[in-house]
Design a protein around this ligand. Structure first.
Ligand SMILES: [Fe+2]
Ligand SMILES: [Fe+2]
Length: 130
């Protein structure tokens, strides 16, 4: 999963963060495939969660500034995504999450990518009156 122009929200700071997030996820996947201990997995997930939480805060500020009509729903979806990944992190920490590297990669890819395509692109549509 890599960033491409069709994923642009037309907000430079948001796009930059999306690129950073995808690069961080990609880096994490490489490390998972190389083999990580449970502790290393948890540290990696924590880093990803911090990045994502900071990104959501920023994106919500941007959406408020441009008066995005779907702001409330979008913010709600961010909370849900954070809950989902925190749960995944907890399960991993407790050893209840015996998933293959490919499975983890798939879960996180869908988790990150789908939201950008389905929700974040509404920022572009709003700014460009589509
Ligand atoms: Fe978002
Ligand atoms: Fe986003």
């Amino acid at each position: 999963m890599t960033w491409k122009e069709s994923l642009s929200t037309d907000v430079t700071s948001v796009d930059r963060q999306h690129q950073e997030l995808m690069a961080a996820a990609q880096d994490f996947f490489t490390r998972i495939h190389d083999g990580l201990s449970r502790g290393e997995m948890v540290v990696g997930l924590d880093r990803l969660i911090d990045l994502v939480a900071d990104h959501f805060d920023h994106e919500e500020r941007v959406m408020r500034n441009i008066a995005l009509p779907s702001l409330a729903t979008h913010t709600h979806l961010h909370r849900g995504l954070l809950e989902e990944i925190r749960e995944f992190r907890e399960e991993t920490a407790m050893g209840m999450n015996e998933r293959s590297p490919a499975d983890i990669e798939h879960f996180l890819n869908v988790w990150l990518y789908r939201h950008i395509v389905e929700e974040d692109l509404k920022i572009f549509q709003h700014l460009n009156r589509i």
